[in-house]
Design a protein around this ligand. Structure first.
Ligand code: GDP
Ligand code: MN
Length: 382
């Protein structure tokens, strides 16, 4: 789960990493209030989960309330690489002497954490890696051992930063490692990490991705759910715990397993249709999960037909069929539904569905036939 910059900075602050005082705002008036509280000059920063906001005009310095008004009204609602800005972060502006780069991420192949530090910050690290790979100092950290102060100091020395930054950067990176490890992130990145003219080091940006597998030990993450989703369909699905990606077609797709869900989207394309979404309901196709999935799809006004593609495994065909029937009695569905049921006890499942078939609910034995029917039904209704 990716965080917005301001959420990343809130996490950093909890671990004692220096960040500027600031506040998040969703309107121009709120922006001015946040700026007054932070103290001028301030930076008005678009909160979207995409890099290069600066270049896109999403980051502006403001010396007074009038400038905050002008920048906030330009930035709120701005489209940055397909992301519409709904919030800005306003913080007290910093003076910059130097811009560095620092991050920790997981190196899956090495089964270790990887720290990266560079004196060439403020630009995209991929560009630095390409043009001058030697400008990135790396450290591999065994998760069992952790990062000792000695190794951290040697790592920082190898990055050849301004000597005035050394102590502050060592201290900051030890805290950043704690935020990463303890906070169950799989990425923490500060770009730029700045050295101020007064010799202080400070995180000017924050990119954080949390490890979903650790959700069970972070009740505080619940309030982050959905916040990162700008597509209302995706927000709704995330709140219901479904793996959903909104697309722009008209055939709603429900499948169990990410692979089957992808294959289902592919086959809809293959027979000349366009999926409205990708939706993986996971292993157990219980009535409640199915009802939630149908509800999310039913709320999408562009859906014209629904294709439910389930391969029974541990969850047997008859349980799946009963789940679907029960779900249909819970949710009032606007679109016709095509079901393809295969796998364990598929016959029994289809026999159950046969009792409920109508022109609005049909069952087809193969994926291709089911996809064709769903696409035809969508075409007939548009
Ligand atoms: P990004 O473009 O999405 O990575 O956004 P950043 O938060 O990294 O900001 C981009 C650039 O804006 C930074 O590299 C800085 O050069 C500049 N910037 C951001 N905050 C400040 C600030 O407080 N003071 C000054 N002088 N420049 C800033
Ligand atoms: Mn940045």
């Amino acid at each position: 789960m990716d965080l917005f910059e301001y959420q990343g900075k809130q996490l950093f602050a909890r671990y004692g990493i220096p960040v500027s005082a600031g506040d998040v705002a969703t309107t121009v008036n709120e922006s001015v209030r946040a700026a007054e509280a932070a103290g001028y000059p301030v930076v008005v920063k678009a909160q979207v989960q995409v890099g290069g906001r600066g270049k896109a005009g999403g980051i502006k310095l403001a010396a007074d309330a009038e400038e905050v008004r002008a920048h906030a009204s330009a930035i709120l609602g701005m489209d940055i690489k397909g992301h519409v800005v709904q919030r800005v972060w306003i913080e007290h502006a910093s003076d910059i002497a130097e811009e560095y780069y620092a991050s920790f991420t997981l190196d899956r192949a090495a089964k270790k954490h990887l720290g990266m530090l560079s004196a060439q910050g403020g630009v995209e690290i991929e560009a630095v890696a390409e043009a001058s790979p030697d400008a990135i100092a790396r450290v591999e950290v065994d998760p069992v051992d952790g990062l000792s102060a000695e190794r951290c100091r040697a790592w920082v020395a190898s990055a050849q930063l301004n000597p005035a930054a050394t102590d502050g950067v060592v201290e900051l990176l030890l805290k950043l490692y704690r935020a990463y490890e303890d906070g169950d992130a799989d990425l923490v990145e500060i770009n730029p990490l700045i050295l101020t003219p007064e010799g202080k080091v400070h995180a000017l940006d924050a990119k954080v991705s949390l490890d979903e597998n650790a959700r069970f030990r972070h009740p505080e993450w619940d309030e982050l759910v959905g916040l990162e989703k700008t597509d209302p369909r995706e927000r709704d699905a995330a709140e219901k715990g479904l793996q959903y990606v909104g697309l722009d077609g008209d055939v709603g797709v429900i499948a169990n397993g990410a692979g089957l869900a992808m294959a289902t989207c592919d086959i809809v394309h293959e027979v000349g249709g366009r999926p409205a979404n990708f939706l993986d309901i996971g292993g157990g196709a219980s009535a409640q999960v199915m009802a939630n999935a149908l509800e999310v799809i039913n709320n999408d006004p562009s859906v014209r037909s629904i294709f439910i593609n389930i391969f029974g495994g541990i969850t047997k065909g008859e349980e799946v069929a009963n789940g679907i029937v029960q779900a249909l009695s819970q949710v009032d569905i606007a679109s016709p539904i095509v079901i393809r049921l295969d796998g364990t006890n598929a016959e029994q499942g289809r026999a159950i569905l046969a009792g409920y078939e109508s022109e609005r609910l049909v069952s087809r034995p193969t994926m291709v036939e089911a996809a064709r029917t769903a696409v035809d039904m969508a075409g007939a209704r548009s």
